[in-house]
Ligand binder design. Structure first.
Ligand SMILES: *[C@@H]1O[C@H](CO)[C@@H](O)[C@H](O)[C@H]1NC(C)=O
Length: 162
């Protein structure tokens, strides 16, 4: 009997319901959500009319916390923390896909996929971010670049740790 009660107590106190009751966590508590997003580039080939255009990954697979904006391509950090950011960019035949990963107006990293068809590169950043920081990929300064859409290029990020 005591065992049963104890098990029940452990179950309840480690569950989300208990968290809500004592108000220390769970996804219903807005600032405790662990943001995560993943989106894919659809338009293909992905050409640029603006040399510094922000890349849009139009199809959203996951968007916990609603930080990723598919209309602009920008992830607006919903919550302070350590985040893993990743992007894989593919090129198309004869053109390179050349990008820069930004946090607000500062470069975090470069991406470059060469001119052979379906060459790709992956860009990582494991960074401490503040709420409202903006993370995005930008075309690296030329309208001659072109990227591979059709669900090949993708952009993701997730909250790791407070
Ligand atoms: C980034 O920009 C946002 C809003 O545009 C601002 O709130 C934030 O403080 C900026 N972050 C840094 C590190 O400058």
């Amino acid at each position: 009997m005591i065992n049963v009660l104890l098990n029940h107590l452990i179950l309840v106190t480690t569950s989300c319901v208990a968290d809500q009751i004592i108000n220390v966590g769970c996804e219903s508590n807005g600032n405790k959500i662990k943001p995560a997003f993943h989106a894919s580039m659809v338009r293909h080939p992905y050409t640029f009319s603006d040399p510094n255009e922000i890349l849009r990954f139009e199809h959203v697979w996951t968007n916990i916390g609603d930080g990723y904006h598919s209309d602009t391509g920008v992830f607006i950090v919903p919550r302070d923390g350590l985040y893993q950011i990743m992007g894989t960019l593919w090129s198309t035949s004869g053109k390179s896909c050349s990008t820069t990963l930004y946090k607000n107006d500062s470069r975090l990293n470069y991406g470059y996929a060469g001119t052979e068809h379906a060459q790709s590169n992956t860009v990582h950043a494991l960074v401490i971010l503040k709420k409202n920081d903006r993370i995005y990929f930008k075309n690296r300064g030329s309208t001659s670049y072109q990227c591979h859409g059709n669900y090949h290029s993708e952009f993701s990020g997730w909250f790791v740790h407070e």
